[in-house]
Design a protein around this ligand. Structure first.
Ligand SMILES: NC(=O)C[C@H](N)C(=O)O
Length: 548
């Protein structure tokens, strides 16, 4: 039941064959049984039960014959831990915000609540969204639920610390954090021995930085999740975990209450088990927000339901030749080719196109990302915001100590690099140059679309989900260059993109393909993606055996 799509679950709530309370309990049970994934860092089960109770009452009042129930009445969701949630810890998986409890909800979160969504918990991520594996978190890494052997599936009551899955690891930052929630101090993957792993580090990463959200959707913990997407952080983990991941056009979704990483590139990301579902969630959240001046003031672009009968005959699908990148695995290449063939067989025009500046994109992304990170992170001084170093020191030393203790190495590295790029003597050579190239990257897309292409089709990632030990053998910058290679140019251009599961590799792991659309033509892109989804008939991961 927990591998149903949001749409299917909603219709079962509507016809009364499922109750909101039952659904909530099932999701909580699944979250507990899959806690080895480390997907949820702050469970909110009490709040979820209260919200589900309200939903159950609403459903029994409104009944199946009316349409007066809210659009997500009783549907469990998960929210990445960089979105503010009123009264619920919001840590960005960083020691810096370890004790931060926001007094307000991010606009997108509020809009989901207004439609009756039930919050099951906050999800794990790379610290502040910097990473592509969800391995750099103070709570420890997220595990990919695909091909994962669960060993510890006992149900334990909320609020009890589950010490049985606590692995003794000297590097486990989660341990130092105490036991605020059920999963707080679980640090899977390093040290100790886990009978579920045939080989140490052999399990697959969930991708990042929104890995907790993707793993939660794939594992059936929830029916939809919020991630964020700055350079690929929603699409990369969605691809690795076999779910649909949407990065909307910049300006369609409010960023108010999303703790900033790179303001000019990031958008809230949406994950679910079908294209219709991400579209539904986008419709609910999209539109003007007085708290975010970069949101559209014209609600014309907010999408509606996607059609059922889709015809792709009149379409022109572009295949960018620059995406045949070194390191592309034969399985992914094959899936990409087969997808292009499907469109061609259905009568669409499929042609190779060129986006010549793609090759410069990742380096420009890194420069711009670091510059904005350096400026965004300046607010965390230990006085106004965030963790404060304990020693009695001078003010300057206290700033330094707070920031040294509060941020991990990746964050500190990006702050250093950003400040370097922004030095007066470097500004023109790095920051300004990267901005200019960014414009050329955007112009490449505009030209191709102006020439008649409706949607571009590319792989989302080079390979299937990497092994944890392989992933952590290189530094963050190297991984950034490999992992975000196909996703970050889309953020540079501000346009929409969605990843859709296209099948499995010979390893039995999901492959994602990316559809890239024109600015504010999210609906056209999603319609094409839905057509593809209908052809592929991808089977969602089914963990129902854990229920027994
Ligand atoms: N949030 C993201 O999209 C981040 C991206 N993976 C990075 O490390 O910069």
């Amino acid at each position: 039941m927990l591998s149903l799509s949001l749409k299917e679950a909603l219709s079962r709530l509507k016809d009364g064959s499922l109750s909101a309370k039952e659904l909530c309990e099932k999701c909580i049970d699944r979250a507990v049984k899959t806690r080895e994934l480390n997907a949820i860092v702050t469970p909110t089960y009490s709040q979820a039960r209260k919200q589900a109770e309200v939903a159950a009452q609403t459903w029994s009042r409104t009944g199946k014959s009316t349409t007066s129930a809210r659009k997500l009445e009783g549907l469990p969701i998960v929210v990445k831990d960089n979105f503010c949630t009123k009264g619920v810890h919001t840590t960005c998986a960083s020691r810096m915000l370890e004790n931060y409890v926001p007094p307000y909800n991010a606009t997108v979160v509020q809009r989901l609540f207004t439609q009756g969504a039930v919050l099951l918990g906050k999800s794990n991520m790379d610290e502040y969204g910097m990473g592509s594996g969800s391995v750099d978190s103070i709570f420890g890494p997220v595990r990919n639920p695909w091909k994962y052997e669960f060993t510890n599936t006992r149900t334990i009551p909320e609020g009890t610390l589950d010490t049985s899955s606590l692995l003794a690891s000297p590097q486990s930052p989660g341990e130092a954090l105490g036991t605020r929630g059920l999963h707080r101090s679980v640090h899977p993957g390093t040290g100790g021995s886990n009978p579920g792993l045939h080989e140490e580090g052999a399990w697959r990463v969930a991708g990042g930085s929104s890995g907790g959200s993707a793993a939660a959707v794939a594992a059936g913990i929830c029916f939809g999740a919020l991630g964020s997407d700055t350079g690929g952080s929603t699409r990369n983990p969605s691809s690795y975990c076999g779910v649909v991941g949407l990065k909307s056009s910049y300006g369609l979704l409010s960023r108010h209450g999303l703790i900033p990483l790179v303001n000019s590139l990031e958008v809230p990301g949406i994950m679910a088990r079908s294209v219709d579902d991400v579209n539904t969630l986008q419709n609910i959240m999209a539109g003007t927000d007085e708290h975010d001046s970069t949101t559209l003031t014209d609600d014309r672009f907010v999408t509606s339901d996607l059609p059922e009968d889709i015809d792709v005959k009149h379409l022109h699908i572009g295949i960018p030749k620059e995406y045949h990148a070194p390191g592309l695995s034969p399985d992914v290449l094959d899936a990409w080719r087969r997808a292009a063939d499907k469109f061609e067989q259905a009568g669409a025009k499929v042609t190779e196109v060129s986006l010549p500046h793609t090759q410069y994109s990742i380096l420009c992304y890194i420069v711009l990302c670091c510059c904005e990170v350096a400026s965004n992170m300046a607010r965390y001084d230990g006085i106004e915001y965030g963790h404060r170093g304990q020693q009695e020191l001078s003010t300057e030393q206290m700033y330094a100590m707070s920031r040294h203790e509060g941020f991990n190495e990746v964050v500190r590295g990006r702050i250093f690099a950003g400040n370097f790029f922004l030095l007066r003597r470097n500004y023109e050579q790095y920051f300004l140059k990267a901005q200019r190239v960014r414009r050329l990257i955007k112009d490449d897309f505009t030209r191709v679309f102006d020439e008649g292409v409706n949607v571009l089709l590319t792989p989302t990632t080079l390979t299937d989900a990497p092994r944890y030990d392989w992933f952590t053998a290189a530094d963050n910058r190297t991984r950034n260059e490999e992992q975000d290679i196909f996703t970050q140019p889309i953020n540079m251009a501000g346009i929409p993109a969605v990843t859709v599961p296209a099948g499995l590799t010979s390893n039995g792991l999901p492959i994602g393909l990316q559809f890239i659309g024109q600015m504010f033509k999210d609906k056209e892109m999603l319609t094409v993606a839905k057509w593809f989804e209908q052809q592929v008939q991808f089977e969602n991961l089914n963990l129902d055996h854990l229920d027994n």
